[in-house]
Design a protein around this ligand. Structure first.
Ligand SMILES: [Zn+2]
Length: 438
């Protein structure tokens, strides 16, 4: 992932849009430790599109390096960022040690960032120097935004990441308003997503089969969004009486904290979720659900007789509490590992998914894999090519030029070509550190 970071300049005022962490095979790539290609002291403000680490991960470093301005984002983005930046600090200091570098930032830098971080509502204008700024709902994760900025009689839109609408809980991506220029993300610029309509039914099957066999269902899941997505679906299955009574554990402190943030911002939910809440359903909570925050509570899950469901991080079984459960239950032929997210090449999750591993090594112990390994079509929070094109087409009449960003080379090139050919718009894939005069 690229680590989004854009600088916009008008007169003497410089602002940034996002300040993300570059991620690859490692949690943080070595480039993150390099100085910024601008002087952070000269920046007035940072606008944050959403709370993924590749958009917020270097904000504390900005403060460490002398930035004394204000950060702006929606309220949920600020709350999520607090937990994610503190969680990353932990992982980053280990990464820095491995690479023989000083840490990227410390807890004080995170505190400083949060003290200077203002909340902005969608469609409430803010002004920074000559810039007039408006946040729109990007439909990507809760609180996500794309941002329109006007100055000198010109306007530009930064897409951030755009959502895979319709998605559970999250409202649909708003249409693009009139603007002269836009930057559009292209993570899936060359791909179309398969339909994910079957996901809830597949989850139902996995739970029912686990109950029948009296085993344990382990679901490795990312703390952000994927866990809440699972809770939303399981809640519906419970409320509709479609699954037998079963204990469900969320065994991840980060996922529990992030789920609490969801609870604070029900106003940001989509219509369907709001209506469910209005009818008296607490959509991320149901009978049988237990959140295990402490290590003692986590260990106590072992004492609960099966059948049971355990949702825990990390999402690719690369670390976290899921490993303890995998050690315990992968040898059990009545248990199941359910993979619900993308598994990167070389991860333990990927090896388990491939079905080749009959025995794996976890924390120095050989663990036989007798449990069933099943997967559900991974749900992506990103718009695919069709949705990206639909969004850009919304601004077709006004756009003078489109900049295609945030994709690995191929997806960006393919999307830029399609925008040129199908919409007849000028489109370009900018290089890193390229300067454009608008
Ligand atoms: Zn994102």
């Amino acid at each position: 992932m690229t680590g989004s970071n854009y600088l916009l300049e008008s007169g003497d005022t410089k602002i940034l849009i996002d300040c993300g962490l570059r991620q690859g095979g490692n949690f943080a790539e070595v480039e993150n430790f390099n100085p910024f290609p601008y002087d952070p002291k000269e920046i007035t403000a940072v606008l944050i599109t959403h709370a993924h680490v590749d958009h917020i991960g270097r904000v504390p470093k900005l403060f460490r390096d002398g930035f004394a301005g204000t950060v702006y984002s929606t309220a949920p983005t600020k709350d999520f960022s607090e937990f994610l930046l503190l969680d990353s600090e932990h992982l980053l200091s280990r990464e820095a040690e491995k690479q023989g570098q000083p840490p990227l930032y410390d807890v004080d830098n995170v505190r400083k960032a949060l003290e200077n971080w203002k909340r902005v509502d969608y469609h409430k204008f803010i002004e920074v120097g000559p810039f007039r700024i408006e946040f729109y709902n990007a439909g990507h994760i809760l609180g996500s935004a794309f941002i329109k900025i006007e100055a000198e009689g010109k306007s530009i839109i930064f897409s951030g990441d755009l959502g895979n609408s319709p998605a559970p809980i999250i409202p649909e991506t708003e249409n693009m308003p009139a603007a002269d220029y836009c930057l559009v993300e292209s993570t899936y610029g060359n791909r179309l997503h398969e339909s994910t309509d079957e996901r809830r039914a597949e989850l139902e099957d996995a739970i029912e089969d686990t109950v029948k066999k009296g085993g344990t269902l382990m679901i490795p899941a990312f703390a952000m969004e994927r866990t809440q997505d699972l809770l939303y679906h399981i809640n519906a299955l419970v409320e509709e009486g479609r699954i037998p009574k079963i204990r469900v554990f969320v065994d991840s402190p980060l996922a529990i904290r992030l789920t609490e943030v969801y609870g604070k911002y029900k106003d940001y939910f989509d219509q369907e979720a709001k209506e469910l809440i209005h009818s008296g359903d607490d959509i991320l909570n149901f009978k049988g659900l237990t959140l295990t925050l402490t290590t003692e509570e986590s260990k106590a899950i072992n004492e609960v007789p099966p059948p049971k469901v355990i949702i825990a991080g990390s999402g690719m079984s690369q670390g976290g509490r899921i490993l303890h459960h995998e050690m315990r239950y992968l040898p059990d032929p009545n248990s199941m590992l359910l993979i619900v997210g993308y598994q990167t090449e070389g991860s333990l999750g990927r090896r388990l998914l491939s079905g080749e591993a009959k025995q794996i090594r976890i924390m120095g112990t050989d663990v036989p894999v007798n449990a069933e390994v099943r997967s559900i079509q991974a749900y992506s929070a990103h718009a695919d090519q069709k949705l990206l094109m639909k969004w850009v087409k919304g601004g077709e009449k006004h756009l003078k030029k489109v900049f295609v960003v945030q994709g690995d080379g191929e997806p960006s090139r393919v999307l830029a070509e399609k925008i040129k050919n199908d919409l007849g718009l000028e489109a370009e894939v900018p290089e890193e550190n390229q300067i454009v005069e608008l």
